[in-house]
Design a protein around this ligand. Structure first.
Ligand SMILES: C[S@@+](CC[C@H](N)C(=O)[O-])C[C@H]1O[C@@H](n2cnc3c(N)ncnc32)[C@H](O)[C@@H]1O
Length: 315
């Protein structure tokens, strides 16, 4: 297989160390990408250890098949990490695992391949689906979404201050010609957006809108919430949950989930309950949020926004 696009794995050692791998344990890489984390996990497994590789992108899965199709310790499943219990069952793995890693967002190959439609700087079909076999493309959504739906998406997921102006222009322009390509949309946004100050001019004016539409098209935040809410079902006691986020909205979800599930229940004062009779929360936090080192950021600028959080399942 010809590898056209590569991905520079973020927080590689930090994330795999955080999983505290047992050589005969069962692990899930919910976001295989190009397999940087998976390779390091596999290198620490013995013949009884298992890794379930998941990605919703068929191209990522093809790479995984190519690399690990013949490795008996590895199972490969195409789909969303939201369905980890289903993947475990279909792959005939035990119901409980020793660790799950999620390295969220899009991979560099997805961004770099113009045909995937994620990039505002390369012309391609305006698709933006990580799994092109399911759901609606960005072009399809922009054809029918109402002006207020578009504005809400741009505002909520991109914190785009000019969301209403851009949404109005999209709805106006699509009557003349529907949005089919990335550059068509990016150029229109550049045209209508009001620029102020030097700082804003450094970023492409379509950055926030493209990010927002991508998050919406792939339902990234809802999927993450649903995944986190089921982790207690399949993480065995002592198992680690390791999540790397690249967006403040994602990180907020992870942070709140881990914090809320690692605190004892809040009871009104004066109840006749001894603290050792209280049920323990399902997780305990392991350390604080971890960011990429200066050296990593210099080597791989994409790691600048990465935030990794770790929690351990407890009895
Ligand atoms: C940042 S990349 C992961 C990179 C990987 N850790 C590596 O070292 O190459 C994110 C990957 O997760 C996948 N992905 C994102 N959301 C997903 C989801 N809900 N279910 C399954 N895969 C998902 C994307 O398709 C992409 O390949």
């Amino acid at each position: 297989m010809v590898v056209k696009y590569t991905h520079d794995t973020v927080l590689l050692n930090e994330a795999v160390n955080a999983l505290a791998i047992r050589p005969n344990g069962i692990y899930v890489d919910g976001t295989f990408g190009r397999g940087g984390h998976s390779a390091k996990i596999i290198s620490q497994l013995d013949k009884d250890g298992r890794l379930l590789i998941i990605d919703q992108d068929p191209e990522a899965i093809a790479v995984a098949q190519d690399l690990y199709g013949n490795d008996e310790r590895v199972k490969i499943w195409k789909g969303s990490f939201q369905a980890i219990p289903q993947a475990l069952s279909e792959m005939e793995l035990p119901e409980k695992v020793n660790g799950v890693l999620l390295d969220l967002g899009v991979s560099s190959p997805q961004l770099d391949d113009a045909n995937r439609g994620f990039s505002f700087s390369k012309d391609g079909v305006l698709d933006m689906r990580m799994n092109p076999d399911e759901g609606r493309s960005a072009a399809d959504w922009l054809k029918t979404a109402t002006e207020s739906e578009i504005a809400d998406v741009l505002w909520q997921y991109g914190e785009e201050k000019q969301s209403r102006r851009i949404a109005r222009a999209i709805v106006h322009d699509r009557e003349i010609q529907p949005f089919k390509t990335t550059l068509q949309l990016a150029e229109m946004i550049s045209r209508v957006i009001k620029r102020s100050g030097k700082k804003q001019q450094q970023k492409h004016p379509a950055t926030r809108s493209f990010q927002a539409i991508r998050i919406h098209i792939n339902q990234e935040l809802d999927t993450l919430i649903q995944c986190l809410e089921t982790t207690t079902e399949y993480l065995s006691i002592g198992a680690r949950l390791v999540v790397i986020s690249f967006h403040s909205l994602e990180d907020r979800i992870v942070k709140h989930f881990m914090r809320d599930n690692s605190r004892p229940p809040h009871l009104p004062k004066g109840l006749p309950i001894m603290s050792n009779n209280l049920k323990k929360p399902p997780f305990r936090l392991i350390g604080k949020a971890i960011k990429a080192s200066d050296a990593e950021v210099q080597r791989n600028p994409r790691s600048r926004s990465a935030v990794m959080r770790i929690a351990e399942r407890q009895a």
